[in-house]
Ligand binder design. Structure first.
Ligand SMILES: [Mg+2]
Length: 305
């Protein structure tokens, strides 16, 4: 396999062929369109330029601790025009779809953010969650871990307020009910929080739950193949090769895009450097790379000359 090529280092003719090779762009959000805390210059203009060139753009994130309104506000902030709520997919949305299909009417236990729980509430999914601010003793912990009603699933996602007692209760539910499912959204190893600040993600908290329950999680965030199948239902994707997946990580984005049969492009505005990309096994590398999504604006300008 040829090493990934920078889209602005392609010849004019190759740039034209590249742009003509896809009709749909599916882009990750954090590290591509913006940072969890902070902005990436020129990304809104790039989204608009791609749309003006006739491309459909959808967004997929492993982050459900931003509300729907926050997503829309971010797109407004970067100046991306005509982005609708349905253009954005993130774990709690896929979890709701999954529950409606496989566990309709069942009560669940949520290890997810307040924003994600709000989405459950809007979809009339009955959920239990613990939001404990008091100082715990062994005696009060026993009370919180008592199971009053069993649940059909434990939902795990990035949840910045996650606490020991919430994890312990999730484990209790799974231990008590052998039919209780473990469903996971965002469980990334690393979270790019701000410029030059990558922090540990939630992967090991999920491992902790698995270790004490022996339960394997059903993953519904990137890079889950179930999410790939859902794309087929949510977006009209004709030929996968005519879709390009843009992300800033190799596993959640590039590998996921490849597993869906999409073309893949890595941007260097998030988690990884060019060296990280080139040091990865060849089959884990993307087809293309760019410094930032903003490079698309330049590329489309080049083609006007
Ligand atoms: Mg990302």
């Amino acid at each position: 396999m040829a090493p990934p090529r920078h889209i602005l280092k392609l010849s004019r003719e190759e740039q034209r062929q590249f742009i003509n090779s896809f009709d749909m762009v599916i882009s990750d959000c954090d590290g591509v369109v913006w940072l969890l805390v902070g902005w990436i210059p020129g990304t809104g203009a790039a989204v608009n330029a791609l749309k003006a060139a006739g491309k459909q753009i959808k967004f997929v994130s492993n982050n459900s601790f931003r509300s729907e309104a926050d997503y829309m506000e971010n797109f407004r902030h970067i100046g991306a025009q005509n982005v609708q709520e349905d253009d954005v997919v993130h774990p709690v949305k896929t979890i709701v779809r999954y529950l409606q299909k496989h566990n309709p009417g069942e009560r669940v236990y949520s290890l997810m953010s307040l924003e994600a729980n709000e989405t459950l509430r809007k979809h009339n999914i009955e959920y239990e969650s613990l939001n404990i601010k008091e100082h715990l003793t062994a005696a009060t912990l026993v009370n919180y871990l008592a199971i009053e009603k069993p649940v059909g699933a434990v939902l795990f996602d990035i949840h910045l307020d996650m606490s020991y007692v919430e994890l312990a209760k999730a484990i209790r539910h799974l231990q008590e009910n052998p039919d209780c499912k473990l469903i996971a959204g965002g469980s990334d190893v690393i979270m790019p929080l701000a410029e030059n600040l990558n922090v540990a993600g939630f992967f090991d908290f999920l491992e902790h739950v698995k270790r004490y329950t022996g339960r394997e999680a059903t993953f519904l965030g990137k890079p889950s193949p179930i999410l790939g199948e859902m794309f087929g239902e949510m977006f009209e994707i004709g030929e996968p090769k005519r879709c390009i997946f843009i992300g800033d990580t190799l596993v959640q984005d590039v590998q996921f895009g490849k597993s869906c049969g999409f073309q893949s492009l890595l941007v260097l505005s998030g988690c990884l450097t060019k060296e990280d990309m080139l040091n990865a096994p060849v089959d884990a590398q993307p087809d293309y790379y760019a410094d930032s999504l903003a490079d698309f604006t330049q590329l489309l300008e080049n083609l006007k000359e």
